[in-house]
Design a protein around this ligand. Sequence first.
Ligand SMILES: CCCCC/C=C\C/C=C\C/C=C\CCC(=O)SCCNC(=O)CCNC(=O)[C@H](O)C(C)(C)COP(=O)(O)OP(=O)(O)OC[C@H]1O[C@@H](n2cnc3c(N)ncnc32)[C@H](O)[C@@H]1OP(=O)(O)O
Ligand SMILES: Cc1cc2nc3c(=O)[nH]c(=O)nc-3n(C[C@H](O)[C@H](O)[C@H](O)COP(=O)(O)OP(=O)(O)OC[C@H]3O[C@@H](n4cnc5c(N)ncnc54)[C@H](O)[C@@H]3O)c2cc1C
Length: 664
Amino acid sequence: MAGFDDLASERSKAQFDVEEMKVIWAGSRHTLEVSDRISRLVANDPVFRKDTRTMLSRKDLFKNTLRKAAHAWKRIIELRLSEEEAAELRFYVDEPAFMDLHWGMFIPTIKGQGTEEQQQKWLPLAYKMKIIGCYAQTELGHGSNVQGLETTATFDPQTDEFIIHSPTLTSSKWWPGGLGKVSTHAVVYGRLIIDSKDYGVNGFIVQLRSLDDHLPLPGITIGDIGMKFGSGAYNTMDNGVLRFDHVRIPRDQMLMRVSQVTREGKLVQSNVPWQLVYGTMVYVRQKIVSDASCALSRAVCIATRYSAVRRQFGLQSNGIETQVIDYKTQQSRLFPLLASAYAFRFVGEWLKWLYMDVNQRLQASDFSTLPEAHACTAGLKSLTTSATADGIEECRKLCGGHGYLCSSGLPELFAVYIPACTYEGDNIVLLLQVARFLIKTVSQLGSGKEPVGTTVYMGRVEQLMQCHCAVQKAEDWLKPSVILEAFEARSMRMSVASAQNLAKFDNQEEGFLELSADLVQAAVAHCQLIVVSKFIEKLQQDIPGKGVKGQLEALCNIYALFILHKHLGDFLSTGCITPKQASLANAQLRSLYSQVRPNAIALVDAFNYTDHYLSSVLGRYDGNVYPKLYEEAWKDPLNDSVVPDGYQEYIQPILKQQLRNARL
Ligand SMILES: CCCCC/C=C\C/C=C\C/C=C\CCC(=O)SCCNC(=O)CCNC(=O)[C@H](O)C(C)(C)COP(=O)(O)OP(=O)(O)OC[C@H]1O[C@@H](n2cnc3c(N)ncnc32)[C@H](O)[C@@H]1OP(=O)(O)O
Ligand SMILES: Cc1cc2nc3c(=O)[nH]c(=O)nc-3n(C[C@H](O)[C@H](O)[C@H](O)COP(=O)(O)OP(=O)(O)OC[C@H]3O[C@@H](n4cnc5c(N)ncnc54)[C@H](O)[C@@H]3O)c2cc1C
């Protein structure tokens, strides 16, 4: 039967050890074991079903999410799951919910910005879920501009309290997930005011709702901000609005790792940089990069399996049509996304390491790598989420008409994913942060301060400004050193050109605004270089398993040459490569697609996703697409009755009217 046979035959063609690739994708044998076990546990639990999600009203959808979250928590306790297993369970439940913000932002904020004492007081309550917290930073009037927040936290020396207040409509907290209906507490960001003096934005732990009856505490107005894009999707989350009317909290509820307010109302700065107040954002951006590879690989898995099952045109001698995956156009759209999923996986792994490293250094009062950690997390969050959002939509198109059906899983995945381009920092705003970092690095070249980390290549500025690409034949593009040099030279030249143009302005800030579109492009070039170089570094590790390394090399080259092809203008205009070399890169890319083609299904099998997680008729492991699509259609509530509700009121009168007209 079509589908079953197609995927089985594809799997038999694989030229590498899929089980070993699963380990590489998961990160380790241990992680694979955990994620495999937990994903099956979730898939086999009827409470975690997802198939009716797009058909529920907002209220039913939300209540169902609460039910799932409560059940997930119950299972975590019953099975005594470790922190790692619990996080996997929440991941595979696959429904945005207040839990994400509680575990993903509220707890990390207390850990990162609270003193030892504050951590000892609040973390046990949060870990046991005796309180539920969210992250209330964004306001109706300000999101990107954190320093523009208007909420005030005024110290009252008489009572040793802060008075939290929303002085204007635009100071209403707006967007925090989990705030609208669930959270009992929030970390609220507001301006610290002591003795009428404004000391800028700080975080405060504020109780919002009673722990007895869940009613808002006095002075607090709170609610949900309303339906968001798509059906189901992010509407399982209670993004909220919050206003304070002179709400009092004890002084020790200001998060005081960065600065402390004494009983006398004196502000004392610690020896840590004030930017640590922004620390949770660095943590979450790093996490979002890892998650991008999950969302993209999920869409790619669906589109790849379906492309092997779907046949159109080109009758072969045996009378069957061509699998659409065999069309070169399909490959040239699909395989770069497959390669990007792997690329984002590895850069995510590296970023996790970078984040851990920066944290260890911070514990030892070494703050030197913080600016780089900020630039890398901001830039890679922007790059990977934009590419993933676009990639999911491309996968929908790759599935033709059926991709538009909710049962394909792609519309909901897209709707859930796209806010990642906005939350945790608008992607353009974040690239501008990278651009500032690059300009600073360029301006310090020659000053004796050597660039470090991901900007170390900038130390070779003279060589990179002059080098000529050595490619003479298509296969030369397979050399990692050739690819790296082309990407480094492009990024170096774009940053230097931006810095030179900026230097022409008397006022640097005005110049920065004027040149911001170019600066963003330079930031993108730098971030793409990071992704390419981390993929290449990954390949230098010991990679066991028959054929695994070869497949990863092909994917790495596809990613790099696809980016080169997409941004050809940059590479040509900076003189990094010639038009002839560009055309050789294209020829090499075509040949790489042919190399990946027989392995495509096995490469997506290596993600080890259950059908439950994919929630897609088109992406089913067994390829049994058509009977299941047919079956799925009949489940739609519209098909509950043969004659629809409303027939007598609305259809019949029209038909009767037409009949009369026809007789006239
Ligand atoms: C489902 C799985 C769970 C996974 C994770 C869990 C949960 C997440 C899941 C889903 C997400 C759900 C919700 C998302 C939640 C949110 O959206 S929370 C709100 C996030 N808000 C933002 O991201 C706001 C974006 N704005 C900013 O970050 C900053 O304000 C800014 C744009 C970077 C500031 O710009 P600017 O005015 O220039 O800077 P400022 O004067 O404030 O700072 C100047 C110096 O500070 C450096 N810097 C800036 N940010 C950081 C940082 N984060 N870390 C370290 N350093 C930073 C900056 O580089 C400047 O340094 P100089 O040396 O002075 O140049
Ligand atoms: C689903 C979702 C969940 C969220 N969850 C939370 C949460 O839990 N807690 C929380 O505190 N917040 C949350 N947010 C808010 C989120 O962090 C902000 O929306 C985000 O930081 C973007 O800020 P903004 O909305 O102010 O966008 P704006 O800054 O108003 O952006 C609007 C446009 O202006 C452009 N722009 C802005 N500034 C500049 C500039 N300097 N230069 C050039 N262009 C610029 C942007 O690129 C964009 O195109 C959430 C948002 C969403 C969508």
